[in-house]
Design a protein around this ligand. Structure first.
Ligand code: DGL
Length: 288
């Protein structure tokens, strides 16, 4: 595929734009196609089969653009679907956000022994234990604890501001048990959560490093593209084109408000129905 092919980034909603922001810093010349499945958000309370189907539909829809890399910028989808999605699309290079998040977390603990690493994430991500396995693989002496924080994605998608008392209360309530347990590092195991990072950093005890996977993920994509001689070296800014399955005006304004990403091109609406791959029914009987 040509160097000019785009990078595809996908998430259930707005959250994956935190990864787009990091990619823009590291790879400014790349064209990015972003897909926010806003009609079917949240993914975090759905089954592995359902999330795998959604992600497969999105990649099928975008693969006509011949992407040179696909980032599943959703921890839930990475944790539940990455291995089967890779099998489904063997010709594409597909990466997720859990391994980069685990690497960033372990880098964040420095040299301390038996580091206490806490995770906040969706119910499905916590249940999958994907972070626990990835972190313990890198630091066998880590003391890992996790809390599901299912209200945070809907709160963020709703567009509430950081000084909203409801947002503050939810963050305080969710973090209290982890803070009581003791923490050296807190991993934001959902790509939506960096939008609340300032508030979360304020709520955790001083000295706790609050980590997300976006920068590490962008560096990982950079290395892969460079190694494959697929990194664009031309000057100028790449195009960011967004697709959403619902509520286009809200998506664009929240993207700007929270992420400072100006969308030059208005997000395109894709109906969830149009994502379903048209199937040619198998003949019931073999032809004679
Ligand atoms: N940004 C997704 C993640 O990283 C949100 C999941 C959801 O839609 O619940 O997990």
């Amino acid at each position: 595929m040509p160097v000019t092919s785009p990078i595809v980034v996908l998430d259930s909603g707005l959250g994956g734009l935190t990864v787009v922001r990091a990619l823009r810093k590291v790879l400014p010349a790349e064209d990015i196609l972003y897909f926010g499945d806003t009609a079917r958000v949240p993914y975090g309370n759905k089954s592995g089969d359902t999330v795998t189907r959604f992600v497969g539909e999105i990649i099928s829809y975008l693969q006509d653009y011949d992407p040179k890399h696909v980032v599943i910028a959703c921890n839930t989808a990475t944790a539940l679907a990455l291995p089967s999605i890779r099998k489904q699309f063997p010709r594409l290079t597909i990466t997720g956000v859990v391994d980069p998040g685990a690497q960033a977390a372990v880098a964040g603990v420095g040299s301390c022994t038996a580091p206490r690493i806490g995770l906040i994430a969706t119910e499905a991500t916590v249940r999958s234990r994907a972070y626990e396995h990835a972190i313990l693989h890198l630091r066998a002496d880590a003391v890992f604890s996790a809390t599901a924080t299912p209200l945070l994605v809907p709160i963020i998608e709703e567009g509430r501001s950081l000084d909203d008392p409801l947002v503050r209360l939810a963050v305080q309530q969710y973090l209290a048990p982890l803070c009581k347990h003791g923490l050296d590092v807190l991993v934001l195991g959902c790509t939506h959560y960096p939008i609340l990072k300032d508030l979360i950093s304020h709520v955790v005890p001083p000295g706790v490093a609050v980590i997300d996977s976006a920068e590490q993920c962008a560096e990982d994509v950079n290395h892969r593209l460079t190694a494959a001689a697929l990194r664009r070296t031309d000057q100028g800014e790449g195009v960011l084109r967004c697709f959403v399955t619902d509520d286009t005006p809200k998506f664009a304004s929240l993207a700007e408000r929270f992420l400072g990403l100006h969308l030059d091109i208005a997000p395109e609406w894709v109906s969830p129905e149009s994502l379903y791959t048209p199937r040619r029914p198998e003949p019931l009987r073999a032809a004679v």
